[in-house]
Design a protein around this ligand. Structure first.
Ligand SMILES: [Zn+2]
Length: 422
């Protein structure tokens, strides 16, 4: 009973400090708090466990759309750590609450379950000293390891936050997942209930506040097809596709805001001696500026339409080759302003840990809340990553505990009550 009263008194003291944690001085004072200090110590001393979790999660395959097995393990861990209302939503996101003194504000911290690696990829992780190697070890197994590490650190120090923190292991961040996890989370599962959002994605002490939007299409060219010798003279869907790609390759885009395009995958045809009945490619375009994104999108579409006309005209077969343009990815662009409280808090938190962060841009889970004007940032989980999205992906654990501390302190600073960090 007595110890309870001491704890409550300590929390009351803590709250008054948390009420204004956006300035460097406030965060420095916050770090003098006994419970906060203890949480940061736990984040440091618990790093071996974070790394063990990172490896364990990573060795469970989680290709896009097949994240359930990895999700089930995260669910189990959330339950073991005493999170409440642990659940899997319709999309496959795994959620667990760490209730504060009030339901709101609600901070959501997330790491994504999915990887870019297809089924059958060897996801075994090897370790040599500080170097971990394995597909997904940084992106985003590091995020998942730190996500759980933050819960452990807050629990170890018995930190009681004014607002509630909901931890989420989400689906559909990569590739054609198209942020379906975030769309479900913000539009259904916790619609209207999320006040602040932090995604832990990738490595280092990074901070992303600018959402690079993207449009992705699968362009499918079709025609009757036939024998390469006998039916010679038919318009050819793969030739049309080649014309389109050649035109896309010549598109000029602005350097600022950085705007890009890439044909990343092609396919089609059945044999070298057949005029194909089908050819397809996938193209990705990106920009942090919605208008620039729309402009490059229009040029890509025009190139595809013009390529079809040219190919049909070449063989004098109007309408023989046709194209279907299917939008397979649509991530909104936007940004959380540099002077917004959530960014200022994150910069102050990094400063308190004697690190500087330069808020940058990226395409992450935060794109979606940013498009809804909900304060959102994406942060790195510490350590040093290399070769994300490649089979040779690596993670260097040197001082990676700093990443766990950074997200732990950020969680505490952002779970304060009141409207200081709207
Ligand atoms: Zn990622």
């Amino acid at each position: 009973m007595r110890s309870m009263r001491v704890l409550v008194a300590m929390c009351a003291l803590t709250i008054s400090r948390w009420a204004a944690a956006q300035n460097p001085g406030d965060v420095a004072r916050l770090m003098q708090d006994a419970a906060v200090k203890a949480a940061l110590d736990a984040a440091r001393t618990g790093e071996d466990q974070v790394i063990a979790d990172q490896i364990r999660f990573c060795e469970i395959p989680a290709p896009e759309f097949i994240e359930a097995a990895r999700g089930a393990v995260l669910k189990q861990v959330f339950e073991q750590l005493g999170l409440t209302n642990v659940r899997v939503d319709r999309a496959g996101n795994v959620l667990g609450d760490r209730p504060g003194r009030a339901a709101r504000p609600r901070l959501v911290i997330a790491g994504h379950l999915d990887t870019v690696f297809p089924e059958g990829t060897d996801v075994h992780v090897t370790r040599a000293g500080n170097l971990l190697k394995g597909p997904g070890i940084g992106d985003d197994c590091r995020g998942l390891g730190v996500l759980v590490g933050v819960v452990r650190a807050l629990n170890a120090a018995r930190v009681e936050t004014p607002g509630t923190v909901t931890f989420v292991a989400d689906v559909g961040e990569e590739g054609l997942g198209d942020l379906r996890g975030m769309k479900a989370l913000f539009d259904e599962t916790l619609k209207g209930q999320i006040d602040r959002f932090v995604s832990i994605d990738g490595t280092g002490i990074g901070l992303t506040r600018v959402a690079v939007g993207s449009h992705r299409y699968r362009m499918t060219f079709k025609g009757p097809g036939g024998h390469s010798f006998g039916a010679f003279g038919l318009a050819n869907p793969i030739h049309a596709m080649g014309r389109a790609i050649a035109m896309i390759a010549e598109i000029q885009v602005p350097r600022t805001p950085k705007t890009t395009f890439n044909v990343g995958r092609v396919g089609g045809g059945t044999s070298v001696n057949s005029i194909p009945f089908e050819g397809w490619f996938e193209v990705d375009m990106r920009s942090s500026d919605q208008a620039s994104l729309a402009a490059v999108d229009a040029r890509v579409q025009a190139a595809v339409d013009s390529a079809v006309v040219q190919e049909n005209r070449r063989w004098n077969h109007p309408g023989m080759v046709t194209v279907e343009k299917k939008l397979v990815g649509d991530r909104p662009a936007g940004n959380t302003p540099a002077e917004s409280p959530i960014v200022r808090t994150a910069v102050a938190v990094a400063g308190a840990l004697r690190r500087t962060v330069n808020p940058g841009e990226g395409s992450t889970d935060s794109n979606y809340p940013i498009s809804l004007s909900i304060p959102a940032i994406t942060v790195g989980g510490g350590g040093r990553g290399e070769g994300a999205h490649s089979l040779g992906e690596q993670f260097d654990t040197t001082d990676s505990w700093l990443g766990t501390q950074w997200v732990t302190l950020l969680a505490i600073a952002l779970s304060q009550g009141g409207a200081a960090v709207p």
